[in-house]
Design a protein. Sequence first.
Length: 220
Amino acid sequence: MRARTGHTRAVLLAAAAGLLPALVLPGVPAAAYAAAPWQECGSLGSDAYDRPPPADPGRFGFGVLPATGGVYCLINAERRRLGLQELEDSGQLREAANKHVTAALAQKWWGDKKDPHRNPQVAGTREEQISNRIRGEGYCAGGRSWRNAEITYNGWGGQGTPRAAVNWWLYESKEGHAEIIRDPAFTQIGIAPRGGAADPRGAGFGDAGTYVVTFGRCEA
């Protein structure tokens, strides 16, 4: 079982204004797997793709490094497949994602018909909150213009792994997640995987995984 979480489309603001075999899941067309990026991402080992991340990231986040690397490789493999520029890791985007996933797991507001991007304890619309989280980490400070987006995922019962998250974003979601991953305008990424469920329905599962990924582009 998994909780299908939402996304936000990219936002453009002017600064002056402010390898393993594919896991075939039911309902996914076979043709999609013919072009899937899994074959390029075996070097990190199965922990990076087929195990949920730990609930405790550990000192300096070392505990979630395998899952972070798995998501990073799978997303960039898809972009390479399409001839797009690979996304560079951004510490500021990563910290924005980390703070959001931490709040989500503490408050557990995600769920059916709930917006995982809009923290009910924080003021602002979805787009405002995402932008404020990213800008709050100093991303693109002083830049001429910038672009951002965020995608999320929560799964359990065998679907809490990095592979399951990226598979859902690319091949199952109809809410624009794949379009964000494949958007050639983005140049940077921040990935925050964490064990546990932000959706109360998955709270009793030991194999739950919650993911927040932020995307950005900064024009100096």
